[in-house]
Design a protein around this ligand. Structure first.
Ligand code: VTB
Length: 314
């Protein structure tokens, strides 16, 4: 095992610190400042790790992001070679408006084991570990996917809940789900956590589907892979620049459907610290002279671990 428990502990500290760095901006309508605070903190701390790391999913390319850009090298260069996916604030709107669902996220794998995703959209579908691989597919119709899901789980349509980003581009899917009498859980942002909700039946989400960010898709896949869940994604490109950028990243087949084991290979670690609360974890709590943070972690075992941490306010 190359990714040690020590490394995992350090990552939990890092996402906790970057989440705490956002705390002053919760409800301040300053999403750029919140993102900057978290990004600065995450970068500073990642650079102290004993790794030879490289950002494969980041805040953009060098010319558009001053730090944690794709290709940026991180760590002190003394440890294992690691691919890093960062999302210092997933759900900047949630922080700005003090709404549930913002979190600070990191995922890592050994070098070459995380898909380099361009900043473009991705069509996604995810289900829990109780569904055999290949039963649902982004290329099936909504009706077929629901039918297959119901056959496997012996549920009626009216007992199935689909989580989807509330966007005009999903009008056709939503109409179809309504026609089929399937329940919908709408999310306004934050489709990393939306996808992860399929991992445990206590979250009452059967299927996650729809189009969201490509980088967010890779990050969610890292968590779902360890949990033996299903995830499929296909990038969608709307401009020539998008296509050129993807080609520069080594993506040749622009229409490729990625299975989860092509997005994340081998061992990986995912951690996400809540900034504001959601179903997955509580947000940051300020208690006397300490911050209390909750972080969900996946590594090695197919369980969503919850790590609670107290950090003295300095
Ligand atoms: C999602 C969501 C993100 O972007 O990927 C979404 O997870 C997709 O983009 O939190 P649109 O907002 O353009 O639909 C976010 O909402 C913001 O990065």
């Amino acid at each position: 095992m190359k990714l040690s428990q020590n490394l995992l502990n350090s990552l939990v500290e890092i996402t906790s610190s970057s989440a705490i760095a956002c705390y002053p901006f919760i409800g301040k309508n300053e999403k750029i400042l919140a993102d900057k605070a978290a990004t600065d903190t995450m970068r500073h701390q990642l650079n102290r790790l004993n790794i030879k790391g490289k950002v494969v999913i980041g805040e953009g390319e060098l010319d558009e992001a001053p730090m944690l850009y794709i290709g940026e090298e991180l760590g002190n260069g003394k440890g294992p070679e690691i691919d890093i996916a960062v999302d210092p604030v997933e759900g900047t709107n949630f922080v700005a408006k003090n709404l549930p669902g913002s979190m600070s996220v990191l995922a890592i794998a050994e070098k070459g084991n995380l898909l380099n995703a361009p900043e473009t959209y991705m069509d996604k579908i995810a289900t829990g570990s109780h569904i055999p691989k290949g039963s649902l597919d982004i290329d099936f119709t909504v009706e077929q996917n629901i039918k297959n899901y119901c056959e496997i789980t012996k549920k009626k349509n009216s007992e199935v809940t689909v989580c989807i980003l509330n966007r005009p581009r999903h009008k056709k899917i939503i109409n179809e789900l309504n026609r089929l009498k399937v329940n919908i859980k709408f999310i306004t942002d934050g489709d990393v956590s939306g996808a992860i909700l399929v991992a445990d039946e206590k979250f009452n989400v059967d299927i996650f589907m729809g189009i969201g960010g490509g980088p967010e898709g890779v990050i969610a896949a890292a968590a779902l892979d360890v949990l033996n869940c299903n995830f499929q994604g296909r990038f969608l490109f709307s401009t020539k620049e998008d296509i050129n950028r993807a080609k520069k990243m080594g993506i040749e087949d622009l229409n490729k459907k990625y299975e989860i084991n092509e997005i994340v290979k081998g061992e990986s670690i995912f951690c996400a610290t809540g900034i504001t609360s959601c179903e997955l974890m509580n947000g940051i709590l300020k208690k006397n002279d300490k911050f209390v943070t909750e972080t969900i972690v996946t590594h090695n075992k197919p369980i969503l671990q919850l790590v609670k941490k107290e950090t003295y306010i300095t």
